[in-house]
Design a protein around this ligand. Structure first.
Ligand code: AMP
Length: 282
């Protein structure tokens, strides 16, 4: 497995693979890899001849006052995880390799799909995500790209973008990987103190509650959301950003459990903002 830092090195390697008739899978990440990322890489390795993992903390998707500078980084550890999971190439660029001096083109998606849920608190986030993922798609030219359901709105946004901009890439959504006690794995979990780590369990508990209500036939999405909110509010260290039911594809708010419904939440545990969700098909 190689680690490269420049766009031209990635292009050269991928060209060689393509000339040999090999398929390429891409797993975009911001590094500080865990079992969640590993599951994406393993799936990509099972479904493609070659796998590229991008490991880049993308500055354009962080707003002012967010955790760009403190975001955890450890490329040596990431390399071991990538190798174990079956990756062939890590693309680990510096910010000035991805965004050349004078860069002024962004990919901006409008509408509820980017303004609802995380888009309300993080108004420039999805513009940064769409821009960096478009660039990665153009650099790597993968046959397939793998994204986690953990970031369900991001997955919906990427699927929309691939359709709107005619990228010839298959987008594969992968299930949420959790700690044994239910907490969704996240690079940001490292910010949590022991006490906060316990308090953070309220997110997965709310997911379990909401899911079981949906599975018991509850059709009123507001009722499900309200019960989940009440559960979270019982945890003194938790502050709700949002808990909402939306159409999983369009991210439009819904009031009835109908079709493919995403029930998603963002909750602050102390200063750390965590997300979790479930999708219910009915
Ligand atoms: P990140 O490094 O947080 O930008 O995540 C990179 C990719 O890994 C995204 O597609 C995430 O949705 C996915 N991912 C992060 N955490 C998990 C998890 N716990 N389970 C599954 N996928 C995840």
């Amino acid at each position: 497995m190689k680690i490269v830092k420049t766009v031209s090195e990635v292009r050269q390697q991928v060209k060689e693979w393509k000339r040999a008739g090999l398929s390429v899978g891409l797993v975009p990440t911001m590094g500080f890899l865990h079992e969640g990322h590993k599951s994406l890489i393993e799936r990509a390795a099972a479904e493609n001849d070659k796998v590229v993992v991008s490991d880049f903390v993308n500055p354009t998707q962080f707003g002012a006052g967010e955790d760009l500078d403190s975001y955890p980084r450890d490329i040596e550890r990431d390399a071991i995880i990538c190798q174990d999971a079956g990756a062939d190439l890590i693309f680990h660029p510096e910010a000035d390799e991805m965004y050349k001096k004078g860069a002024c083109t962004m990919v901006d998606m409008t509408g509820e799909i980017t303004s609802e849920l995380c888009g309300k608190t993080r108004p420039i986030h999805f513009r940064g995500v769409c821009t960096v993922v478009s660039k990665l798609f153009n650099i790597v030219c993968p046959d397939r790209a793998y994204f986690g359901q953990k970031d369900a709105q991001q997955l919906a946004v990427i699927k929309r973008m691939v359709c709107d901009l005619n990228f010839d890439i298959e987008i594969i959504g992968c299930p949420i990987i959790r700690e044994e006690d239910g907490l969704a794995k996240s690079s940001r979990n490292t910010y949590l103190s022991d006490e906060e780590r316990q308090a953070a369990l309220v997110l997965s508990k709310a997911v379990i509650l909401g899911k079981s209500m949906a599975e018991s036939g509850e059709k009123d999405a507001c009722k499900i959301v309200n019960e989940m909110k009440q559960l979270i509010e019982k945890e003194p260290m938790a502050k709700i950003d949002y808990v909402k039911a939306v159409n999983a594809e369009t991210i439009s708010p819904i009031s009835e459990m109908n079709g493919s419904v995403l029930v998603a939440m963002a909750v602050y545990i102390g200063k750390t903002r965590l997300i979790d969700n479930f999708i219910y098909e009915c």
